[in-house]
Design a protein around this ligand. Structure first.
Ligand SMILES: NC(=O)c1ccc[n+]([C@@H]2O[C@H](COP(=O)([O-])OP(=O)(O)OC[C@H]3O[C@@H](n4cnc5c(N)ncnc54)[C@H](O)[C@@H]3O)[C@@H](O)[C@H]2O)c1
Ligand SMILES: O=C(O)C(=O)C[C@@H](O)[C@H](O)[C@H](O)COP(=O)(O)O
Ligand SMILES: [Zn+2]
Length: 362
């Protein structure tokens, strides 16, 4: 088993990330070790429930827990503020008290919304993250960002709320579709881009999904460890943590433009990373050849580097203009110096003027 520890002394928080093939079979015992409570609500989505819901429910029941299953519709449209009253009602109906536990069993959508429910229900109850998509295993289950979307944009309501443990079983990835596997690879590639050139290079040698799966435990562990290192230094996203947003300013705008349908988070981030790197390379802010390397690794892992509908960029820019992280009309964008190192830059939206022209200014 790989076990990492996230330590945030300033927030009086410390939790383990456990990574092991087959760990889902021991989930009842893992949760039982974390709490004296005997009541658990498992929040999941219909897809994940159909594969793993019954087994998780049974194991928790075997440990003496009274278990309530809250099963949501799959997809980003579920991660909305308007879903919260329904979830809170179900938690009340399940009789969850302050000493009880919410288990988030699913991808990033479930982790974010169940985490937000745990952060706000009764002013906060314990949360265990059991991420089941690659994206959730390498990124969203770690670091405590929980929240929901508003019609106006992504993740506009939320908080920092850490789990008491993250339980990762890479074997569950076998039932994930290729599309969502690729989504997770976008965030994996992001870590190589911003933090670790050797890791990036190794991703260029692992060509297929099967090849990734043979190396999966250390890949997940490396990503979680990078995120741990970043979050421990900047829990509240005021400085270093912004690097984890590489590709996201444009990515989030693309997702919002398409109403969170058609283009999923990882695909949007892939386009965001490649497009931004093309622009910054054309402006000599990034080492020549970086965008090519990035496009190569994205293609290898079945991810896009550009939007097919380049005409959409004008409208997408209006979402970039409304980016939530602006300060005095300045956007924070993360640019690569070269593969493996990145920095945040303040700029205005004109930085994106060349969108859709391959990085060349009009
Ligand atoms: N909190 C954070 O730090 C953070 C980080 C990155 C992304 N996110 C958020 O995460 C979300 C995207 O997460 P995602 O890509 O996991 O999407 P998702 O939760 O929608 O899961 C993708 C799809 O895979 C299915 N699925 C999940 N696990 C499965 C499994 N083992 N077998 C079969 N099907 C499975 C789901 O039902 C869903 O249809 C976005 O909302 C994004 O904003 C949050
Ligand atoms: O954990 C972080 O910090 C990240 O930025 C990770 C991102 O991959 C993730 O998509 C996150 O939800 C974005 O957060 P936001 O604050 O830009 O909404
Ligand atoms: Zn992301």
């Amino acid at each position: 088993m790989n076990e990492l520890k996230v330590n945030l002394p300033q927030a009086s928080v410390s939790y383990a990330i456990k990574i092991e093939k087959g760990l889902l079979q021991k989930v009842g015992k893992e949760v039982a070790q974390l709490t004296n409570s005997r009541r658990v609500a498992v929040i999941t989505d219909r897809n994940v429930d159909s594969y793993y819901g019954a087994a998780v429910e049974q194991q928790l029941a075997d440990e003496g827990f009274e278990v309530s299953m809250i099963v949501l519709q799959p997809g980003e449209q579920t991660k909305t503020f308007s879903m919260m009253p329904q979830i809170f009602s179900q938690l009340i109906e399940a009789g969850l008290t302050r000493s009880d536990v919410i288990v988030a069993l699913g991808g990033g959508v479930i982790g974010d919304i169940a985490g937000f429910a745990a952060a706000s229900y009764l002013r906060g109850i314990d949360l265990v993250q059991i991420p089941t998509s690659l994206l959730a295993q390498v990124d969203s289950s770690v670091g405590g960002k929980v929240g929901v979307d508003l019609p106006e944009g992504k993740n506009l309501v939320g908080s920092f709320y850490h789990p008491t443990q993250v339980i990762i079983d890479p074997e569950v990835l076998n039932t994930l579709t290729d599309h969502y596997f690729a989504d997770g690879m976008a965030e994996v590639i992001k870590y190589g881009c911003i933090w670790d050139a050797d890791f990036f290079d190794s991703l260029l040698t692992i060509e297929s999904r099967d090849a990734v799966m043979t190396e999966i435990e250390w890949i997940i562990a490396r990503c979680c460890d990078i995120k741990r290192e970043v979050v421990e230094q900047d829990e509240k996203d005021k400085g270093l943590r912004m690097l984890l947003n590489f590709g996201h300013t444009l990515g989030h705008a693309i997702e919002a433009y398409y109403h969170y349908e058609h283009i999923t988070h990882g695909h949007a981030v892939a386009i965001g990373m490649a497009t931004l790197t093309e622009i910054s390379e054309a402006r000599e802010l990034t080492e020549t050849g970086t965008a090519d390397q990035l496009r190569r690794v994205l293609k290898m892992h079945r991810l896009p580097s550009e939007l097919e509908d380049t005409k959409a960029y004008n409208d997408i820019l209006s979402f970039v203009r409304k980016d939530k992280k602006q300060l005095n009309n300045q956007l924070h964008v993360v640019l690569l110096n070269s593969i493996g190192t990145a920095a945040t830059h303040q700029t205005d939206v004109s930085f994106f003027d060349s969108l859709g022209t391959g990085g060349q200014d009009h």
